[in-house]
Design a protein around this ligand. Structure first.
Ligand code: DAH
Length: 339
């Protein structure tokens, strides 16, 4: 029986040393130490021994069991340790690998220029107001002193949605809505999209942007208009920029002007951008027509005002030397990433 015990014990120790996985170790624990295990089985044979032999043999078996148990625990811990090390090794992060690039969004150049303009005008005390893009004929034309049969309607090719409903051709419609809702003194700008059925080319788009300005108060004159526009032009184009008023015609202003600024490309010497003139036209303006004031319930005997409409797209293309207005609307990321 002793020999049998020694054989089992040696065999068990060898098997434990050779075991490669935790599962194998667990199988060995069952095989030798489990309820039906080989070492446990030996204990069951003790009945056949003499009373003197029994304690001696019992001690030997218990000792062998303890040894095997200890070996199994030790090997088990070793394997757990190894498994952990392997896991850490497999899961290491290579911090030298280049990271995936996160592309950041940016402001569209139109918005950058618009934000600058809003800063300039709000610093002069203007509020920013909004108006609808779908307008009625009344606000876009009628109330701006352009009755149905007025030849000035030909100046703007209009997208009609229904008999009296259209896509606004000018932000000037916002003037009327403002005067209906506010009492003078009024100082507002209204930036927004406008729409005209124009043929698309490098300088024309059926959608473009305007910033309308309106000031109404007692004693407002053309000098105030000139002062505000000069200040604006210097802020946008630099302090040496000059402003030139040319007489013009708009049905909703009297007198009306078109306003040129020193060409920012050549400083006024004349170049390709300003077609040799040294000037660039940036806006239309004038003193608000008495008919317009009257139709908004403002007495032209008591109040006067000026208005202007600036094209945002032209301002943006000249500032960034963009040769084709269509680039502003295509939303090609390769183009937009340059700003
Ligand atoms: N609405 C005009 C246009 O689209 C621009 C304009 C001219 C606006 C004179 C005004 C103004 O407010 O007073 O051509």
């Amino acid at each position: 029986m002793k020999t049998q015990l020694e054989a089992i014990s040696t065999q068990a120790k060898l098997a434990i040393t050779e075991a490669q996985t935790q599962a194998e170790i667990e199988n060995l624990r069952v095989k030798y130490l489990g309820k039906k295990g080989e070492l446990t089985a030996i204990l069951k044979q003790m009945g056949s021994l003499s009373p003197e032999e029994r304690p001696v043999m019992g001690q030997l078996v218990n000792q062998a069991k303890a040894e095997v148990e200890a070996l199994i625990t030790e090997k088990g811990e070793l394997m757990q340790q190894k498994a952990l090390e392997q896991k850490l090794k497999d899961e290491t992060i290579d911090i030298t690998l280049p990271a995936t690039e996160i592309s950041k969004g940016k402001l569209h150049p139109l918005n950058t220029v618009l934000n600058d303009m809003i800063d300039i005008f709000t610093s002069m005390g203007f509020d920013v107001v909004d108006g609808p893009e779908v307008e009625t004929d009344y606000y876009n034309f009628e109330c701006l002193n352009v009755p149905a049969d007025h030849p000035a309607r030909d100046m703007q090719d209009t997208f009609y949605l229904a008999e009296n409903l259209l896509l606004r051709t000018q932000t000037s419609a916002a003037q009327i809505r403002t005067m209906e809702n506010r009492k003078p003194p009024i100082r507002v700008i209204c930036p927004g999209r406008v729409f005209r059925a124009d043929e698309v080319d490098a300088t024309h788009s059926p959608v473009f942007h305007q910033i309308e300005g309106l000031v109404v108060d007692k004693g407002i004159t053309m000098c105030d208009l000139k002062g505000v526009l000069e200040e604006f032009a210097r802020e946008i184009y630099g302090k040496d920029t000059a402003v030139k008023f040319r007489p013009s015609f708009f049905p909703f202003t009297e007198p009306s002007v078109e306003v040129d600024v020193t060409c920012s490309e050549c400083g006024g010497k004349g170049c390709r951008v300003c077609k040799g003139s040294g000037w660039i036209e940036i806006l239309g303006a004038g003193m608000v027509h008495p008919n317009v004031l009257r139709s908004c319930g403002i007495d032209p005997e008591e109040y006067s005002g000026f208005a202007f409409g600036i094209g945002l797209d032209r301002l943006t293309t000249t500032r960034y030397k963009i040769s084709d207005i269509r680039l502003l609307f295509e939303n090609d990321k390769r183009f937009l990433d340059q700003f």
